[in-house]
Design a binder for this molecule. Structure first.
Ligand code: SAM
Length: 285
């Protein structure tokens, strides 16, 4: 056989074997503890798995499956690897500016407001929204539900403590997002880091919720699910979009992340576009 063909065929076999091992690991995880990562985007989950294989000083994915099933701490480490928590305050500042300019006037017309941050990670997005609503005199009539699959991230979110070194970037984001005060009005510096004032979370409920396996739990005026669906495959994205569609009241607002869109999902024609660039949509049927 031609050498390059031989190499190609070896490559195909090893990719196929890898796919089988990934499938077995994810199925094993699901059967063992109910966490369902089977429909997460393949390439991203594959990278995370190999990262854990090497970190555990193993050489195969099957070896990792063995360890995950028999060592609860390794199971926790793998689940933590799958939950990518990167976030920041006023992430994509123009999203928050657009929210302030186009969504806030709609929210003013409601007697009370329910907002769901789905996949809130360590809470930076939630504190950002609380500041924005406070400045627009809407916070008092708002209830925010902030959920994530990751309980460690939720614990950090509840604490309201964030690293001091992030404040420069967050201050700049806040100003670009149309912030009306001094960003430093919202926190004080302690020896543990920066402590945001508790009034920002007095109307927030932090709770664990798994978008893959849990159901709708209320009807919302706004759902933000930003930078979460990029980690899911098409089938799972559609499933979660159905959950959002069910959970939004008529004329409710859906906000997605920079690289996400309502286009090509099964609920595409149920929404009007408020801002195509900032991924803000309004349910109209
Ligand atoms: C990259 S962070 C996004 C945080 C924030 N929304 C933002 O845009 O900055 C993705 C979050 O989605 C959460 N996540 C992943 N799978 C999830 C699931 N099945 N259900 C709920 N949250 C999930 C992760 O734990 C992580 O905190």
């Amino acid at each position: 056989m031609d050498r390059s063909l031989e190499a190609q065929s070896k490559n195909d076999i090893s990719n196929h074997l890898e796919e089988i091992e990934v499938k077995l690991l994810l199925q094993g995880l699901y059967d063992w503890c109910g966490y369902d990562f089977r429909n997460y985007a393949y390439q991203s989950i594959r990278r995370r798995i190999w990262h854990r294989v090497y970190a555990e000083r193993l050489s195969t994915i099957t070896g990792l499956l063995d360890k995950v099933l028999h060592d609860p701490s390794c199971l926790q480490r793998l689940i933590a690897d799958f939950s990518i928590n990167v976030t920041e305050m006023f992430r994509d500042p123009l999203f928050f500016l657009e929210f302030r300019e186009k969504v806030v006037p709609l929210l003013r017309t409601y007697p009370s407001i329910r907002i769901w941050h789905a996949g809130c990670s360590t809470g930076e997005e939630v504190y950002s929204m609380a500041m924005l609503l406070h400045e627009e005199d809407l916070y008092e009539k708002t209830k925010i539900y902030a959920t994530d699959i990751n309980t460690t991230a939720l614990k950090d979110a509840k604490s309201g403590i964030f690293p001091l070194e992030n404040m420069k970037k967050y201050t700049s984001n806040y100003l670009r997002a149309g912030g009306k005060r001094a960003f430093s009005d919202y926190y004080c510096v302690t020896n543990k880091g920066v402590q945001f004032y508790p009034f920002l979370t007095k109307n927030v409920i932090f709770a664990q919720h798994n978008l893959v396996t849990d159901r709708s739990f209320n009807e919302f005026h706004v759902i933000l699910c930003r930078n979460v669906l990029i980690y899911f495959n098409k089938t799972l994205q559609n499933k979660v979009h159905s959950l959002f569609y069910e959970s939004l009241g008529m004329f409710g607002i859906l906000g997605l992340g920079d690289k996400e869109s309502i286009y090509y999902t099964n609920h595409f024609d149920s929404y009007n576009v408020i801002s195509g660039k900032q991924k803000l949509y309004r349910k109209v049927k």
